[in-house]
Ligand binder design. Structure first.
Ligand code: PLP
Length: 234
């Protein structure tokens, strides 16, 4: 199967899941995750109409940046754990940071964005499963509320919503409670913190995106189902 065929198939499955849940499919963005994917294959996805992309390492993306920076309308989001010492570089190469997990990182990103004079859209990453191996703030933690309340003073960051990677489960159905929890958290934050926008719910990957769509995802992040299996585990 070609990348174009895979993209078409994933889009169909998103539409079917949206219809099952009584949702408008046009409200769900498909992000193509291109970690370990070489620039030529990113171009192939672009040719097939894909515009939204996700990468999870600053260094890897910096290496591809020149080869993809000129694609009109293409957007690359940072979706992996970001160290504060790479914040400035990330602001330079990415159009959005979907994995903000501390007020300290948010501060650094804000300062970097101010320096280059651009506002940068961000999502707060939530670690719903409490897994050590994953980044993200714990839901309803002091950290999470400090970040959200601190966001008010960060003029160069535009908070748009939440992102999560739930624990990996064999059966996608087992991820449903996590997706539902993220949606509830979004509603709770939206009702309590007026200064941040909470429109985006970035959740769902190749093996569980249909369940995520049924639970309200507005962005699904798909790598394997578009580009095939990765050689290296990330
Ligand atoms: C790799 C990755 C994805 C995509 O995973 P697939 O299972 O290949 O679809 C989504 N989100 C994040 C944060 C990732 O690192």
């Amino acid at each position: 199967m070609s990348i174009a065929e895979n993209l078409a198939r994933v889009r169909e499955r998103i539409e079917a899941a949206a219809r099952r849940a009584g949702r408008d499919p046009s409200t769900i963005a498909l992000m193509a995750v291109t970690k370990t994917v070489p620039a030529e294959r990113i171009h192939e996805a672009y040719e097939a109409g894909q515009r939204l992309f996700g990468e999870n390492r600053v260094q890897e993306f910096t290496g591809k940046f020149d080869a993809v920076a000129d694609l009109p309308g293409a957007e690359f989001h940072m979706i992996g754990h970001l160290q504060t010492n790479k914040a400035a570089k990330a602001v330079e190469v990415f159009s959005a940071i979907d994995s903000v997990d501390s007020l300290r990182l948010a501060d650094k990103l804000n300062a970097a964005a101010q320096k280059v004079g651009k506002r940068i859209p961000v999502l707060m990453e939530v670690n719903l499963g409490g897994e050590e191996s994953k980044s993200g703030v714990a839901p309803d933690s002091e950290e999470a509320w400090a970040l959200l309340h601190g966001a008010e003073g960060l003029e160069y960051l535009e908070f748009r919503g939440l992102m999560t990677i739930p624990p990996l489960t064999q059966d996608p159905e087992d991820a449903r409670p996590y997706f539902r929890r993220l949606r509830e958290l979004r509603d709770e934050i939206g009702a309590n913190v007026r200064s941040v926008r909470m429109d985006v719910l970035s959740m769902g990957m190749s093996h569980d995106f249909e369940v995520a769509v049924e639970e309200g995802a507005t962005c699904v992040r798909i790598g394997t189902a578009i580009f095939g299996a990765r050689a290296r585990k990330d």
